[in-house]
Structure formats: structure tokens, C-alpha cells
Design a protein around this ligand. Structure first.
Ligand SMILES: NC(=O)C1=CN([C@@H]2O[C@H](COP(=O)(O)OP(=O)(O)OC[C@H]3O[C@@H](n4cnc5c(N)ncnc54)[C@H](OP(=O)(O)O)[C@@H]3O)[C@@H](O)[C@H]2O)[C@@H](O)CC1
Ligand SMILES: Nc1ncnc2c1ncn2[C@@H]1O[C@H](COP(=O)(O)OP(=O)(O)O)[C@@H](O)[C@H]1O
Ligand SMILES: [K+]
Length: 537
């Protein structure tokens, strides 16, 4: 797994590295050299480097120096003369570079900049990095708009200029990069909010050769889960399994209004590997589910006047639930008094439990001011996985704003820290999904925007339930198993987008692609471990 840091922790890391004997001036040289190396890969003849007032610009000046010494023609744009650059380190490297064979343009007009952009094969954006805050000021607001209008090939240094590296928020405008070369470790803002829209391909220059010795001394905002990290869950089934030893899932879901959610979740659980899946649904919708899923038994449960779980549902569901390796509760069940009773009843059982969708809305309704105020409601011995999207997560914590990855991680941490249990994981679902436990925040591979379609969450909940049933006995770190399920869901998104087209994917398409998604994940894991060549088996 690869760490992702907050900007404050990046500063701490730089201080630690300095204490270990590598100065910030040396880091800037290494950063500039790394940028130059990444730019050189693109085989440009003419490079335009845009620099700002700070050390991000310093990286750009070093890159200009290195590239010009390799015989590449380099134009450097700066807002002020090198002697007037306020940041000391950046001023030093700017003066040095200005004396080399580069062409300098101080404070060019928009037309002059457009003309420079036209000449360039590659543009290096070293205008603003982690020091950017507030609203974009002139001339950078004009430069950024001019660059984006010209749409050249852009390599951004550390962070695309205009992106807040703390939150991923873009207030006014931001460089749209083809590649972002980030330094030391990726910043959380590259994954949050608007970040993924602007970053392009992300490359990290670790710069410091003994990074392994110091990275543990700073707090990680999150860790990226790579294919090799989930390889344990991609193994073949042992030959001697039977349908029960593969693990069983009870899907407590559906209502007259939303039988489809139960169908999708149950079918996904079976496709994800559970040997036996059963649905417990309000009696009036049980037949629809039976007809849709011939391989899955459906138990009709007492219901209310709206066709949702009724007053007698709790004991019926809880009696059944005890027999399963894992219970998934929530998809399509609506928020009803009976549903709330069912969710609270399941929390009291000693069975691995996934609460999704309306089960979470029921919990939110059962609490005043957020569930983190009443952790006794969800603190338990057996594993509990909650899978809220941003709006559900906001409801769970009493209405706090949850609008991006950073605020979603904050909200999820409130929930897990209040209970303090190792077996509790909140899956904060969004364009980038965070798997949040008491000690770890994991970022599994994200899927395509095609996944933003109604019912996609029901499929994820099913994949998670099937995976939990299959692997429950072999889990050390619940966050990792959950990350595996999120990654498989992401791969179904890519496979479906390829088959049906990005905009045409619907949630039911994802279900039959769970198997192919496991193959894709397996190939990628083996390839990253050097056990598979080329495009896969
Ligand atoms: N230190 C190290 O070891 C290493 C650092 N590294 C590099 O340093 C970068 C961080 O450098 P940094 O801290 O100098 O900040 P940086 O992003 O250049 O911006 C600061 C300048 O921008 C200005 N500015 C701010 N907001 C603005 C706005 N809204 N609109 C307009 N201007 C605005 C701000 O002005 P001020 O707010 O002070 O008035 C100040 O002049 C980091 O991203 C990485 O690339 C790497 O080399 C690795 C080693
Ligand atoms: N823009 C996006 N890019 C990638 N994945 C996304 C995007 N938007 C949503 N998703 C994923 O799609 C799923 C949507 O789940 P959810 O909102 O619960 O859907 P539903 O309630 O309709 O079943 C989540 O797994 C989420 O991470
Ligand atoms: K930048």
C-alpha cells in the first residue's frame, strides 16, 4: 500500500528528511530533476515552463536547467525577475537557471503567452503547489485560463495549479494536467473533490532514497490499495468445498416499492462467491424476487400497510439471520418503523453484518444528532460494515456537510472512533471511495463514472456480502477485504463501460461482469507481482 498525506504531514516529512541530512534545497534539486526526467519521456523539442513565486516554481526552474543542459529548447515564464522571487530557495535556482541557455519571459501578456504556448510541445506547470490557498490571483488566473484554452500537453508539478491540495477543491480555475508529477508522496487533495478531474495520470517522485525509514514517522491521511495487496482474495476455490463451507449470505432487503434492489444485491452476492444466498423480503414482494432469481430462496417476512417490513419482521429476520455466515441489510427496504426494528435487532446478533442504504437511514433516524453520539447503538463484537454514500453518511453524523473525499473521511472517522472497534468499517462511497477503520483509511481503486447509476450501490453491497461470506474465516484486516470488494465493483464498471459504452451502463450490467472483473483484478495483481507478462492470460 502507498501512503497519501495531508499537506501538513508533507511539511513534517520534509522536516524529518532535513534532520536526517537531506536539506530542502537538495530536495528541490531532486524534485526538478524528477520533473525533467518525466518531461523527457515525452521526447519534446521545445518545452515551456510556467513558474510562480514559491518553491513549486523552484522545482520548475531546476527542471528548466536540467532540460536545457540536455539540449532541449526551454522557455521559462515568470511573474517577476528572478532576483525578485520572494521564496529564498526558488530565487537561488531561478538566478542560476537564468544564467543558462534558456529564454526568459517576465510577466508576459496573454497574447505573448498564447504565442509561447503555440511553440511548445510540452508545458510544465510549476505555478502553484501546496502553498496555494484562497482565490486565484492575477496573473495566474489569466495564465491558467490561457493554458487550458490552448489545451497543450501539460505536466503539472506536485499539484495542478489552482487545486487546493488539502481538499481537492477548485474554486475558480485549475490547470487541466495530462500528468501530475507529485513529490515525496501524493497529497489527499489529488484524490478528493475536483482533484481526479484535473490531475491526469499521477506519478510520484519519492525523491528521498530512505523513504521507507521515515514514512512511518508521519501520519497517513490514507493508503492506496494496489492490486498486489488484495491478491489473497483472488485465489481459486479449494476443490473440496461445498455450498455451505463457501459461506452463506442472508440478504434482508426489498419492499413492494423497491424489489429490484433486493434482486440485484442477492444476485451480486452469489456472483461474488457465496455458496448459498437467501433473501428475506416483505411477503408482498417475495414472489417478484423468486421469479427473478430461480437459484435463490426467498423467505416472505411480515409486512406493513406500505409493503415494507412490518412490526413482526424483527423476530422473523433475526431467527433466520443466526444461521448465516453474513447478513446484508438495507437495499430497497425503505425507512419504516419495522425496518428500523429489523436493523437494530440485527445489530444485537453475533453475526457479521453489512448495513447499506435504508438500513443506514433507519439508524440515522433512530439517533439524535448523529449515531456517533450513541456508539452503544452500533458497537458490537462481530464485524460491522456500513456502506453509506455521501448523503447517507451526512445523515449518519447528524447533518455535517459531506461533499468530497476529505469531508467523507472525517465523517466516517467520527463514527468508527466513537465505537473504537477493530471490526467496524465505514465505506464512504463516492467517485473515490474511502474504506475507513479505526486505524486505517484505505483507498481501493476507483471505478469509472459509469458506476454513478441507480442500483450500483446495491451491486457493491452484494459483492461485499458474497466476499465476506467466502473469506470471513481468513480475514486479519477487515479494511482490506472490503477494499477488495470495492475494487471488484470498480472493475465491473470498467468492464461494463467497455461492453456497453460509458454512458449506457446500468446497474444490472455490472452483476454478470463480477466474474470477469475478478479475472481482471487477478491479472493485474499477478502482473504487478511480475508473475504475468503483457496483456494478461
Ligand atoms: N519544501 C520542500 O522541501 C520541498 C518543496 N517542494 C515544492 O514546493 C512546493 C511548495 O512550495 P511553497 O510552500 O513555496 O508554495 P507554492 O505552492 O510554491 O506557492 C506559494 C506561492 O504562491 C502564492 N499564492 C498562494 N495562494 C495564491 C493564490 N490564491 N493566488 C496567487 N498566488 C498565490 C503565495 O503567495 P502568498 O500567499 O505568500 O502571498 C506564494 O508566493 C510544493 O508544492 C513542491 O512543488 C518540492 O520541491 C519538494 C521539496
Ligand atoms: N463518479 C463516480 N466515479 C466512480 N464511481 C462512482 C461515481 N459515482 C458513484 N460511484 C460509485 O457508485 C456506487 C453508487 O452507490 P450508491 O450511491 O449507493 O447507489 P444506489 O443507492 O443507487 O445503489 C458507489 O460504489 C460509488 O462509489
Ligand atoms: K503546479
Amino acid at each position: 500500500m502507498k501512503p497519501v498525506l495531508s499537506t501538513d504531514e508533507v511539511v513534517r516529512l520534509e522536516d524529518i528528511i532535513e534532520k536526517e541530512g537531506t536539506s530542502k534545497a537538495e530536495l528541490m534539486e531532486l524534485a526538478g530533476e524528477f520533473v525533467a526526467q518525466e518531461v523527457e519521456r515525452l521526447k519534446p523539442r521545445h518545452v515551456l515552463i510556467l513558474t510562480g513565486f514559491g518553491n513549486n516554481g523552484g522545482d520548475g526552474w531546476v527542471a528548466a536547467d536540467v532540460l536545457s543542459q540536455k539540449g532541449i529548447s526551454v522557455d521559462v515564464v515568470t511573474p517577476v525577475e528572478p532576483d525578485e522571487i520572494p521564496a529564498v530557495l526558488a530565487r537561488h535556482v531561478a538566478r542560476r537557471t537564468a544564467a543558462r541557455d534558456v529564454s526568459l519571459y517576465v510577466g508576459p501578456s496573454r497574447d505573448e503567452l498564447s504565442a509561447l504556448l503555440e511553440k511548445a510541445d510540452v508545458v510544465v506547470d510549476a505555478i502553484l503547489g501546496t502553498g496555494f490557498h484562497g482565490s486565484l490571483r492575477s496573473p495566474f488566473s489569466i495564465w491558467i485560463r490561457t493554458v487550458n484554452d490552448a489545451s497543450p500537453v501539460v505536466v503539472s508539478v506536485d499539484v495542478p495549479s489552482g487545486l487546493d491540495a488539502r481538499t481537492g477543491h477548485v474554486e475558480d480555475d485549475c490547470i487541466r494536467a495530462d500528468r501530475t508529477v507529485t513529490m515525496l508522496a501524493p497529497k489527499i487533495g489529488l484524490y478528493s473533490g475536483d482533484g481526479p478531474e484535473y490531475v491526469g495520470e499521477l506519478v510520484c517522485g519519492e525523491l528521498y532514497e530512505k523513504m521507507d525509514e521515515v514514512i512511518g514517522d508521519v501520519e497517513h491521511a490514507a493508503e492506496i490499495v494496489e492490486p498486489a495487496d488484495i491478491v489473497d482474495y483472488l485465489q481459486h476455490l479449494p476443490a473440496n468445498v461445498d455450498k455451505y463451507s463457501r459461506g452463506s449470505v442472508l440478504v434482508v432487503a426489498g419492499s413492494t416499492q423497491y424489489p429490484g434492489a433486493a434482486i440485484m444485491a442477492a444476485k451480486s452476492a452469489a456472483r461474488a462467491g457465496a455458496g448459498y444466498v437467501c433473501v428475506a423480503a416483505p411477503e408482498p414482494c417475495a414472489n417478484i424476487i423468486r421469479l427473478a432469481l430461480p437459484s435463490i430462496p426467498v423467505v416472505g417476512i411480515p409486512y406493513d400497510s406500505r409493503g415494507s417490513f412490518g412490526a413482526a419482521a424483527r423476530s422473523a429476520v433475526c431467527d433466520l439471520a443466526k444461521k448465516y455466515s453474513c447478513v446484508l441489510c438495507g437495499p430497497g427496504m425503505t425507512v419504516s418503523a419495522g425496518g428500523m426494528d429489523v436493523a437494530l435487532g440485527l445489530l444485537e446478533l453475533d453475526v457479521p453484518l453489512i448495513l447499506d442504504a435504508d438500513a443506514l437511514n433507519c439508524l440515522a433516524k433512530a439517533s439524535i444528532g448523529g449515531i456517533d453520539q450513541t456508539p452503544e447503538m452500533y458497537r458490537r463484537e462481530a464485524p460491522l460494515i456500513m456502506t453509506p454514500h455521501y448523503r447517507e453518511l451526512s445523515r449518519l453524523v447528524g447533518g455535517d456537510e459531506v461533499s468530497d473525499l476529505v469531508s467523507a473521511i472525517d465523517a466516517a472517522q467520527k463514527i468508527v472512533w466513537a465505537a473504537g472497534s477493530d471490526n467496524l468499517v465505514v465505506v464512504a462511497k463516492g467517485p473515490t471511495t474511502a474504506v475507513v477503520g479505526v486505524e486505517k483509511v484505505l483507498l481501493p481503486m476507483s471505478g469509472p463514472a459509469s458506476l454513478a447509476t441507480a442500483g450500483s450501490g446495491d451491486v457493491l453491497a452484494g459483492i461485499l456480502a458474497g466476499s465476506m461470506a467466502l473469506w470471513a474465516d481468513q480475514v486479519d484486516i477487515w479494511e482490506l477485504l472490503v477494499s477488495y470488494a470495492v475494487a471488484i465493483h470498480s472493475y465491473t464498471g470498467f468492464a461494463a463501460a467497455e461492453e456497453y459504452g460509458e454512458k449506457s451502463v446500468i446497474a444490472t450490467d455490472l452483476i454478470d461482469l463480477i466474474g470477469p472483473a475478478m479475472h481482471l483484478a487477478g491479472d493485474e495483481a499477478l502482473r504487478s507481482l511480475g508473475l504475468l507478462d503483457g496483456e494478461g492470460a
